[in-house]
Design a protein around this ligand. Structure first.
Ligand code: NAP
Length: 222
């Protein structure tokens, strides 16, 4: 797919690749281990991209604002794939006085809920019947001016994009801790590639420290 934004997954991960402390836990607790320099790194990227995406489950568990705070810069447009538009109406991403928001949903979304979201000032895009269809959504976002898109998880959304091979870069802030646990979400969820020949290959472009954190930046080998 050429007609789509340039996509960068950016994530904080423990040494064992976990995104949070246990399934269903807000990642904000784990992220409290990050120092200010690491936050600045994250927010520098937010300030450079046109759009920022997180899955609906991340909105429900973490209630992020997805705005630029640690550096000066413009807030990117927030894009939330949410198949039944089940976003809490008091979610921070629906505070549209801070930044524009697009809720990407499907034909399954109840009309009343869509209307309430629109009343909060967000735009609603219908893309798909069951789950949000990224093959439809990404070209629409591109046409709306989202040429660069940062994706901040969670595991399911990361997988949806990775399996379509539409991710261009992955940037990781490594937290020097082990979380453990079989069912704790890792960087990429979903069913997995399973076969060696199907794996997504990456090339390490750079690695450096910001504050006390190792940062690694990876390019997807096309
Ligand atoms: N460390 C980090 O950097 C970081 C970042 C983000 C999140 N997290 C953590 O990750 C966890 C959430 O991850 P998650 O994997 O459960 O959820 P997620 O990826 O944030 O969101 C998945 C949800 O998106 C919606 N969706 C719409 N279209 C979809 C599609 N085509 N494919 C898949 N999902 C689609 C579905 O909700 P509907 O059924 O409502 O449509 C689905 O449940 C939380 O614990 C959060 O704290 C960590």
């Amino acid at each position: 797919m050429v007609h789509r934004p340039y996509i960068i997954i950016v994530s904080e991960v423990s040494i064992d690749g976990k995104l949070t402390l246990y399934r269903g836990a807000s990642s904000k607790e784990l992220m409290s281990l990050m120092d200010e320099e690491a936050y600045r790194y994250l927010h520098e990227i937010r300030a450079k991209v046109d759009g920022i995406m997180v899955g609906c489950e991340t909105v429900r568990t973490d209630n992020p604002s997805l705005t630029v705070r640690y550096v000066r810069g413009k807030n990117p447009t927030r894009i939330i794939p949410c198949s039944t538009a089940n976003v809490p109406l008091d979610a921070n991403v629906l505070n549209t006085s801070e930044a524009p928001t697009i809720i990407a949903t499907t034909e399954r979304a109840p009309r009343e809920r869509v209307e309430k979201i629109k009343e909060r000032g967000a735009e609603v895009i219908v893309a798909g019947d069951e789950l949000v269809d990224f093959d439809l959504l990404l070209p629409k976002l591109y046409d709306m001016g989202i040429k660069t898109l940062m994706v901040e998880g969670g595991a399911s959304i990361n997988w949806e994009l990775i399996k379509r091979r539409v991710v261009d870069e992955i940037r990781l802030i490594h937290l020097p801790v082990i979380v453990g646990g079989e069912n704790v979400p890792t960087l990429v969820g979903g069913e997995g590639f399973k076969k060696l020949r199907n794996l997504l290959h990456l090339r390490l472009r750079s690695h450096f420290k910001r504050g006390n954190h190792l940062i690694t930046e990876w390019e997807v080998v096309k």
